[in-house]
Ligand binder design. Structure first.
Ligand SMILES: *[C@@H]1O[C@H](CO)[C@@H](O)[C@H](O)[C@H]1NC(C)=O
Length: 193
């Protein structure tokens, strides 16, 4: 009997101290904040490649239904591997900011890379932007990985043409992930989705 209560006490205090959650399964990418992700990088619990692969898989699985993403960056895994290598050898900047953290950008934010920048419209497909937008320069400088372009209400509603929230020609109707029939809002529908 006494042994049982002792065991119970030990288990209870381990649980309360977060022993199980910290050492085993508890880290969840879905719920992680950027700080959590950075800590996981630091503690070798996670790599940028794993994180990017997780998101690419999730986009592949959910996007045919939700249509929150127009394009993914074909260089995303390459950039993730690069970030992982930099972290390993402690390259300056590799421990700070957004280093190795993937981010999707609304499709009206210019990126001078393999991604198209079209505000969701076929009219701008294959247009060539002169440079990264200011915010993109800052994101890259902080180490972020541009994972792809999020859909939007086409032209960010600029044309006020009566198209529904979350609709753009290039990806179709974005859906509210919690209630598929509900308004996905906008104009940053894809970012929200
Ligand atoms: C950009 O658009 C062109 C033309 O449709 C397409 O071939 C290319 O794959 C697009 N880029 C990305 C990264 O999806």
């Amino acid at each position: 009997m006494a042994n049982d209560s002792l065991l119970f006490l030990i288990l209870a205090s381990l649980l309360l101290s977060g022993f199980f959650t910290k050492t085993s399964s508890a880290f969840s990418i879905e719920e992680a904040s950027i700080d959590d992700l950075r800590l996981a990088f630091k503690q070798n619990q996670l790599t940028s490649r794993q994180l990017v692969e997780f998101y690419l898989k999730r986009i592949g699985r959910l996007n045919p239904l939700l249509r929150g993403v127009i394009e993914v960056n074909p260089d995303a895994l390459f950039l993730a591997d690069k970030a992982d290598r930099e972290r390993k050898v402690n390259t300056p900047g590799s421990s700070g900011g957004l280093h190795g953290i993937p981010i999707l950008l609304k499709d009206n934010i210019a990126t001078k890379d393999k991604l198209n920048t079209t505000a969701g419209s076929y009219a701008l497909l294959r247009s060539v932007v002169p440079r990264d937008a200011g915010v993109v320069m800052k994101l890259r400088k902080a180490g972020a990985i541009i994972l792809g372009k999020a859909s939007l209400s086409e032209w960010a509603y600029f044309r006020s043409n009566g198209a529904p929230s979350g609709f753009c020609g290039r990806s179709g109707q974005g859906k509210n992930p919690y209630v598929l029939s509900a308004d996905p809002c906008g104009s940053s529908s894809g970012s929200g989705i």
